[in-house]
Write a protein that binds this ligand. Sequence first.
Ligand SMILES: [Zn+2]
Length: 263
Amino acid sequence: MIVAGRDRTVSSLGTVAIALLLIVAVLVPAAGAAAAAEENGRVETEELPAPDGAAEESAPRSSPASKPVVVLDPGHGGGDPGETGAAGTREEDVVLDIALRTAELLADGFEVILTRREDVALTHEQRANEANYRDADVFVSIHLGASSAVSANGVGVFVSSGTMTTPAGRTIASRTGQNGQTENRRLAEQVASSIHASTASTVRGIHTAPCRVLEGLTMPAVLVEAGFVTNPVEEELLAGESYRQTRAEGLAEGIRAFLASDR
Ligand SMILES: [Zn+2]
């Protein structure tokens, strides 16, 4: 305000006092053209912009496309710690952290639902029902491996040996012709491949096994064992953030690739 007052004093001309009512952007070009267009009282009308309202009215109003729904299921929790390593690392804590990291990585393009975000107990049915109810596009249950052979290590991916019998399961079956197992295996291969690409650890392959949490699901689903907590070296790594993060990155990329090729 002080600077503006000084400018007005220096200018000092009577005509400029009127021009103070105009903004600088209008004043400068108008003054420059004044001599040539002196008699034309309509000059200023040519500088009027188009009404802002017109552009706003023409903005598209289509509703945003719904995002694919991804359900991540951290295993165990709520009094069920899962497997515990010799150093005390608990499966329930590690898999929850990996799931939360995976969810964050997928948040920009997907609706990500976690069956649990804290240390609570859930039945297999509750986990599956959540995914079915939300009509998820993919379900990934996250666990750790355990073995009496302490040398066992690496990542395993499992598909259920059960068959889908729900109406939506039959929809998948009609698309693949194999009770959804083709889709399950394709998801498993994407996840295994992406985890292998993002981590230095062994990928132990894709296995078909009874997995209660995967039975009754109506969408492509896998169970991932993200490492062996019974292997002392891997347990120490699983207790650290960077190892969990690389597994989350592999999982997220696998899910992303699967859904991209599914559409
Ligand atoms: Zn487990």
